[in-house]
Design a protein around this ligand. Structure first.
Ligand code: ADP
Ligand code: MG
Length: 385
């Protein structure tokens, strides 16, 4: 009973912190889109020898660093926009093995034990890479005098009992990755708090306390769970469970990069409730040659659709808006203007919109914060699709 109570307390705590972190990250994403976007638009209009370029570049760099922080918070709160794809965990590990060896010191022996018959998983490979890196870096830090780091993969079938006792996932077939070190280990207080964002036992400047919170968010958002066993002075093992899927691996879609940001002449209906972001996007679109109709809500957007005399080629809409969400709006807009292309933008996702659903609906998606070039390219891509 005590064990169960503790488990509930922990999961409530993580839920509460996640909500807070996700809320902050969502609002920051809008602000950062404006900071990055206006910096870039200003740089474009400045003479190359303008002494103020330096200042704007500094603002842009600070904005980029803030975006990196925000995306870690979003990852923790499980609101990150993921690009899940069926793939094999072994190949992710093999791909980053060389990089891992470079990060880990020579005094640490690094081994992998990979099950050659490992089932595939459906997750965002880039994010899974992040999980492995963070766990490996922590293991390295726990073994300042050297030791052994082992990454092992295997197929497991969880019974009702095992799944309910240590983990918060249903019974079934999983891919299990165990990352084991024989370093310092953790005391009970650290184990209880290790997933909290900004919790670190490392000296200031050494640890951000965001490594394990990111791991936690990514694994949970991918339908998996984590178990940890650790003993002071003898070492730690992190067990990551990810649902196995019985489908062949999907090839990676490489985003096309053309270098120049393409222009257009089409008519775009822009819907965004945050004024500062809406103004920025309008400036980007108008300077790329598009005709822009603007709305601050789904309701206004719909009435524009109904009354605008000419064809509207593309709807660019925020996803999370009060009253009518971007998804609902898009469903209603296609009824009024059949054939209209749709581009969603958000820096925050509900579990309800994953990439595969968007692909099925033939709609595309851009993640905030984005640069003016990112947006211009994505718009061309969507209009061409
Ligand atoms: P950071 O590494 O920046 O401190 P993390 O979120 O990655 O933040 O980890 C939080 C804390 O969990 C660490 O400061 C450390 O105390 C503990 N920890 C994580 N992994 C290990 C490990 N493999 N061995 C010992 N302690 C660990
Ligand atoms: Mg860390």
């Amino acid at each position: 009973r005590k064990h169960l109570e503790e488990k509930f307390r922990q999961s409530h705590k993580m839920e509460a912190i996640g909500l807070l972190a996700g809320g902050i990250a969502h609002d920051f994403n809008n602000l950062l889109t404006a900071i990055a976007g206006y910096s870039e638009l200003t740089l474009r209009k400045m003479e190359p020898d303008n002494p103020l370029r330096h200042n704007i570049n500094e603002i842009k760099d600070a904005g980029d660093r803030a975006s990196a922080l925000t995306s870690q918070l979003l990852a923790f709160s499980r609101k990150q926009v993921l690009n899940p794809r069926v793939h094999n965990l072994n190949s992710v590990i093999s791909d980053i093995e060389r990089m891992l060896r470079r990060i880990i010191k020579e005094s640490i022996e690094f081994r992998t034990i990979l099950d050659p018959n490992l089932q595939n998983i459906k997750a965002d490979p880039g994010q899974i890479e992040q999980v492995i890196m963070n766990l490996a870096i922590n293991a390295r830090d726990a073994m300042p005098l050297g030791g052994t780091l082992v990454i092992e993969t295997q197929n497991v079938t969880l019974s009702e009992i095992e799944a309910a006792d240590r983990l918060n996932i249903g019974p079934g077939s999983y891919v299990k990755m165990t990352v084991t070190d024989n370093g310092q280990g953790m005391d009970e207080d650290t184990i209880n708090r290790m997933f909290e964002p900004f919790f670190t036992t490392k000296d200031s400047g050494k640890g951000t306390g965001l490594g394990l919170s990111t791991v936690y968010g990514i694994v949970k958002q991918s339908g998996g769970d984590i178990a940890v066993s650790s003993e002071l002075d003898s070492g730690t093992a992190f067990e990551i469970y990810l649902p196995g899927v019985n489908r062949p691996a999907q090839a990676q879609k490489w985003p096309e990069s053309t270098g120049v940001s393409p222009n257009g002449h089409e008519t775009i209906l822009l819907v965004e409730d945050e004024e500062i972001v809406r103004n920025l996007i309008r400036e980007i679109l108008v300077s790329s040659g598009y005709t822009v109709l603007e709305a601050e809500s789904g309701r206004v957007a719909l009435s524009i659709c109904e009354t605008h005399p000419d064809k509207i080629d593309l709807l660019v809409t925020d996803v999370i808006m009060p009253k009518m969400s971007g998804l609902e709006l898009s469903d209603r807009v296609v009824k009024v203007s059949p054939g209209i292309k749709i581009l969603f933008m958000s820096g925050y996702t509900d579990d309800s919109i994953d990439d595969s659903r968007l692909t099925e609906m033939d709609r595309s998606f851009i993640e905030k914060p984005f640069t003016p070039d990112d947006l211009a390219r994505k718009i061309r891509e969507t209009l061409r699709s």
